[in-house]
Design a protein around this ligand. Structure first.
Ligand code: AQP
Length: 330
């Protein structure tokens, strides 16, 4: 089974990214052929600092390796090292409807807070479709916020296939049942987010233990007393989900365990569990982050492998679309 997922090198990664996506990458590298890509081209669609982007990329590469991504078991690389991503994006634009892109909720949310709305942020989902389709991907592990982009990828692949002949595998998203949408601790009606979150409500993978405890202690809950998963208890439900994923148990079992406990004790228990969960990752991260040359080497080796797969797909795409010379390859 071919698995692909991309993750942006934007700022420090938070607990939502970690639970919703990164832990899935690590688990799925055992289940099939996993291809994990740091999508730096996506990060250029909003205002950014070039020097910071490179540094953020090394931060993320180190976090992913620290979390357990094994370059011997998966293909791990940087998007901009494989030129076929940008080429395929362009070729897929003709199979993507303008109206489809205007309906993307992430585009609406993100463009609402940008002074300069780039064409890149509008066509972002087509680059994401290219990332996925380039590798004959069958499964795409993502958090809940990517559901609409995966649907678009499927629609574009099907439209392309019916117009130009069977070329792409139509992929499916893999969205975890629990933890697919970790919420901001201060604003539990909104997802924990790199750009839209509150500083105190966003827990970073590399946060110091004391900072993590402080954030959980001040997590917003409700005026009730029951530790129970319910629609009108967004804060408590979020904490239950976080703890369920970390302990590898169910929300139901946790509700039984914490029946009668106070909110303060429960919040502290979740905070301590998160500290223990992230401590080894943070330790390995610090070691790996210190050697940028080694990180570059890992990414370069991954890019060589990725290019081999991408080149084969592009030969088929160009032939199907009548682009480039008639013979195979360029
Ligand atoms: N709150 C979340 N809960 C669960 N999964 C989440 N993901 C993101 N937020 C949550 C999943 O993380 C993966 C990587 O996301 P990305 O590449 O979009 O990284 P990002 O831009 O740094 O993450 P954000 O927080 O999603 O940024 P904003 O909110 O600014 O756009 C994806 O699989 C995503 O589903």
């Amino acid at each position: 089974m071919r698995i692909f997922s991309g993750i942006q090198p934007t700022g420090r990664k938070h607990l939502g990214n970690y639970i919703g996506a990164i832990t899935q990458y690590v688990a799925l590298q055992e289940a099939g052929e996993a291809i994990i890509c740091i999508v730096d081209l996506h990060a250029t669609t909003v205002a950014y600092d070039p020097a910071r982007l490179r540094s953020d990329l090394y931060d993320l590469a180190a976090v992913l390796l620290a979390a357990g991504l094994d370059p011997e078991r998966c293909i791990f690389f940087r998007q901009s090292d494989v030129l076929e991503h940008a080429e395929l994006q362009w070729l897929l634009m003709g199979s993507t409807a303008y109206g489809e892109l205007t309906r993307m909720t992430q585009f609406k949310d993100k463009s609402a807070v940008q002074e300069f709305i780039s064409a890149g942020i509008f066509s972002y989902p087509v680059l994401m479709a290219a990332d996925i389709l380039l590798y004959g991907t069958e499964r795409v592990p993502v958090g809940d916020d990517q559901r609409q982009h995966i649907e678009l990828t499927r629609d574009v692949a099907q439209r392309f296939n019916s117009r130009f002949g069977e070329t792409f595998v139509v992929p499916e998203g893999v969205i975890p049942e629990v933890g697919a949408r970790i919420m901001d601790l201060q604003n539990p009606e909104k997802k924990m987010s790199t750009t839209g979150g509150t500083p105190q409500g966003t827990v970073y993978v590399t946060d110091e233990p004391a900072a993590i405890i402080k954030k959980f202690k001040s997590a917003v809950t409700d005026s009730g007393r029951e530790i129970r998963h319910a629609d009108d208890k967004a804060g408590i439900s979020n904490l239950l989900e976080i703890l369920a994923v970390i302990r590898g148990t169910t929300v139901g079992r946790l509700e039984e365990e914490f029946a009668g406990a106070g909110y303060g004790d429960f919040k502290l228990a979740v905070g301590e569990a998160v500290v223990d969960y992230l401590a080894p990752v943070r330790e390995r991260y610090t070691q790996l982050r210190a050697d940028e040359d080694e990180l570059e080497q890992v990414l370069a080796t991954g890019a060589d492998k990725a290019r081999g797969v991408a080149a084969q797909t592009m030969t088929r795409v160009r032939r199907a679309m009548g682009v480039g010379p008639a013979r195979a390859g360029r």
